[in-house]
Each structure stands twice: as C-alpha cells, then as structure tokens.
Design a protein around this ligand. Structure first.
Ligand code: KG4
Ligand code: ZN
Length: 334
C-alpha cells in the first residue's frame, strides 16, 4: 500500500510517499524557517503563500524520487489539523485536488497523533501498549495514554504556552533567531544549568498539566531588572537553566503519568524531541523509550503518510481543517 502524504500545518511544506506505514520511498521537506525568522515567529499569511508555491512541485519531485507512477499510488493522505487555518487549507485543497484528479481515496490525519506515530515508525522493534505518549512541539504539549497505534486519551496538557513556544519566546528574549529551540540547545551546552532557579508552573489539583508561560515571564523580568545578564556567558547560563527547568518538569510529570496505568513504554514526538539533553534525561526512565529519528521529529509528510496506513478512507467533503486539538478530535479510537 503506497500512500502519498501531505503536511502543511505550519511553516514546513512536506510531501512523502510511504509503503505499508513504514518504508519511506520519497520524503521532501521545504522549510520556511528563514522566511519567518525576521518576524520572530511564523507569519501565517506568508506561510500559506509559500505552501501554494511549493506543494505541487514537491508532489512532482516525490513521485520522481519514489520511481512510482500515479497508478501505483494507492491513497492520498493529508494533515487536517491542528495547525494554522490558512496553511491547513492549502494542503487539504492540494490533497483533495490530487485525490479527485487521480481518482484515489483520501485520508485525513491528525498531525499530533502522527508526531507520536513517528516514534513508532522510526523503530523496528514490536510496539508496546499501553504506552505513555509525550508530545512536545511548537504548538502542543501533552501526555496521552496510548492503547494502540490509533487509540489515545489525553491525560495532561498545557494550560498556556506549548513547550516549543516557550523555547522560541525565551530565545527571542535572548535575541536569538527563530526557531529558538535549536539555538537554546546550542547555548545551553556551554552554560551552567544551576545558575538560575527557574520553575515551570504547577496547576492546583491537576498534577499532570503544564504551564510554561510563567517561566518565560520570569526570564523576561530578570532581564528587565538586570540587562547586563545579556552578555555571552549570561545568555548561556539562562539558556541552560531554562532548558533544565522545562525538561525536569516534563520528566517529573511524565513519570507521574506513567504510574496512572500499567505503562509498558514511552513514545515521544514533536520538534522538541530533536533536543539531545531531553533524550539524555528521558533515557534514565525505567521504561523502554522511543523517540523519532531527526528527520521525523519536526513537521514532515512521512509521518502523515505512515500513520494514514492505519486509518480509514474518508469522504472528500468530511475532510476540513481544524486549527485546534480537542478531546473530540484527539481522545478517540480511529
Ligand atoms: O513539531 P514541530 O516541528 O512543529 C509543531 O507542530 O509545532 O516543532 C517545532 C518546535 C519549535 O518550537 C522549535 O523551537 C522546537 O520545536 N525545537 C526544539 C529543538 N528543535 C526544534 N526545541 C528544543 N530543542 C531543539 N533542539
Ligand atoms: Zn508538528
């Protein structure tokens, strides 16, 4: 079963062709990060325009790279949410048009579930369930009980910023370019993680929920009161102390969540899982740990085409963009 997957939820345009949910026959990612870096974050209108320009050339390149003819494509898959409304519309319109023109079934994919599937797709060992899913991306942060490849229940989420968003905002306070996560990681390697005692937020009576906006405000006030900290070593120490506080919070809550059911493994997904320090911390967990390989960590079409293998085809009209994640579109079996 060869599935062509399209991802355009934010600022990456990506097209991939994956066989039987696992074997990547073609995978192209066109990132707009440089375009948006002057704005310090994604400029939604510009993101949509770049998707329009890039989607069809990427489909053509992916077909060439795979060596398949359009007759050998069995299905088209597209990320239908969550994400930026305009960006989602571009990918969905391209996917519907292809499905109609090539007469192929169409599958809508929840992009966040696909992030977790990336950790399953990239590892060749048998899958272990029930498992804890930990999604750490630019738009989402949550813990989920995963009972099968397609059955999820959210057990903890952020009440304000996503963790990747906090990395991007702290990076911007340190005058680092967008996306901030890789920049913070680089600086943190040479910084003292114990110089500043930042703390991620705790939510009363909701021990598995996250709050990252306070920690960012903390950094901001500290810099306002003491601008001289913006010297090279100060920035490194802030980056290291912030990163440690954020990751220790995620680790503590993940371990707590894993105790709420007979957890057999941890699957992690989302752009923040590119971070080596995060993986080092989680490797000390008493559970088998699965993280996506680097090329499947950030937004990508391969995880969309891969996850679609487990989903049912849908009527063209039922596939519409949903910008936000909700318990209806996430905590359900497909
Ligand atoms: O999953 P993703 O590509 O997009 C969303 O679905 O949101 O994640 C992008 C996020 C950005 O916030 C970026 O700063 C963060 O992932 N990120 C990192 C690292 N690489 C990317 N955060 C921390 N450390 C990294 N090495
Ligand atoms: Zn994503």
């Amino acid at each position: 079963m060869n599935i062509l997957g399209i991802e355009s939820t934010c600022d990456e345009t990506s097209v991939a062709i994956v066989a039987d949910g696992k074997k990547i026959l073609a995978h192209l990612i066109s990132s707009q990060a440089k375009v948006h870096s002057i704005y310090g974050g994604v400029f939604p209108e510009i993101a949509s325009r770049y998707h329009i320009d890039r989607l069809l050339p990427l489909v053509e390149c992916a077909m060439k790279e795979s060596g398949l003819t359009k007759e050998e494509i069995d299905q088209i898959a597209v990320a239908e949410g969550p994400g930026l409304m305009g960006s989602l519309l571009m990918g969905i319109t391209a996917a519907k048009t292809l499905a109609f023109a090539w007469d192929k079934p169409l599958v809508g994919v929840n992009h966040v579930k696909a992030h977790l599937y990336a950790a399953m797709m990239g590892n060749n060992t048998p899958l272990l369930f029930p498992a804890l899913g930990v999604v750490l991306s630019g738009g989402h942060t949550f813990l989920a009980k995963v009972s099968s490849v397609t059955s999820y229940e959210i057990i903890g989420t952020t009440v304000d910023d996503a963790i990747g968003e906090a990395f991007d905002k702290v990076a911007s306070l340190l005058s680092l370019p967008y996306p901030g996560g890789p920049e913070i990681e680089k600086l943190a390697k040479e910084g003292d993680p114990n110089r500043f005692s930042f703390k991620a937020g705790q939510i009363k009576k909701r021990p598995l929920d996250f709050s990252f906006s306070g920690i960012k405000t903390n950094v901001s006030y500290m810099l306002q009161q003491n601008p001289s900290l913006l010297n090279p070593q100060g920035k490194k120490d802030i980056a290291a102390s912030f990163q440690k506080a954020a990751f220790v919070d995620v680790l503590k809550k993940a371990l707590k969540a894993a105790k709420t059911f007979p957890c057999r493994a941890i699957y992690m997904g989302g752009g923040v899982t590119c971070n080596e320090e995060l993986k080092r911390l989680f490797n000390e967990c008493p559970f088998p740990l699965f993280t996506p390989p680097k090329e499947l960590s950030l937004d990508n079409g391969a995880m969309i085409a891969g996850y679609a293998f487990y989903l049912k085809e849908r009527d063209l009209h039922s596939i519409t963009p949903f910008p936000r994640i909700s318990s209806e579109n996430f905590s359900c079996s497909e």
